[in-house]
Write a protein that binds this ligand. Sequence first.
Ligand code: SF4
Length: 272
Amino acid sequence: MENLLRMDRMPHIWCPGCGIGLGVTALASALEKAQIDLNNVCIVSGIGCTGRVAGYVKLDSFHTTHGRAIAFATGIKAANPKLKVIVFSGDGDLIAIGGNHFIHAARRNIDMLVVCVNNFIYAMTGGQVAPTTPLAAYATTSPFGCVEPPFNIPYIADSSGAVYVARWTALHVRRLTNSLTEALHKKGFSVVEVISPCAMYYSRINRLGDGLDMMKFYHDNVEIRHGEDTKNLDIGFQTKIICGKFVDKERPSYMERYNQWASEVRGASNES
Ligand code: SF4
């Protein structure tokens, strides 16, 4: 995997027990398994602990502004459609600040793979509540527990039009790798959520132990249900987490629609 990492940037900034590195490992393995020409792969991240990924991979990569990874990725894909564009960022970046970009890229079915590391909190900025923080969980800005219902990321992706939606935890590296490998071959907007421990903030503030304790929790509380209706994938505070592949369908990507539309319009104007 070292051939995919900028080893001169090591050691990385992630805390002991953080799950982000496992997500990167899974993606690196998936890229090798998928046998995609790495010269045609581009990785885009936003801001946050997960946003650092773009700086560590030895591929064409963009570390963009907060919440705008998908907007940058859309521009990259439109400018050079032959690229395999991968967005790798966190829940705060993609689903809160970048929420609008997420739903509209899904609606348009922009051809990209979005890997969303969900650690239930804004980590890099100090453990603030996020739109993924489970009800009643503590954060530095919710000292009496979160009162806002969290987003269900697979349901947002599915209902907005994503063609591939899966969820795994950082414990399920082999299954996550298989999912990413499959999603890399998919045409259209594909989303893989990776539930991941934030040992520094989420686990500490909620007295859940360290990263290893969170892995044990995933081991004991994950239910794998492929094909589950995405409406049923809410995550509560320390409740069971449903993982699996939920959506795998076909519909024309944005570029396919655009090219077809453009040729029809050109044909019509040539006839007139
Ligand atoms: S603050 Fe949390 S998410 Fe960020 S590197 Fe540390 S453990 Fe990981």
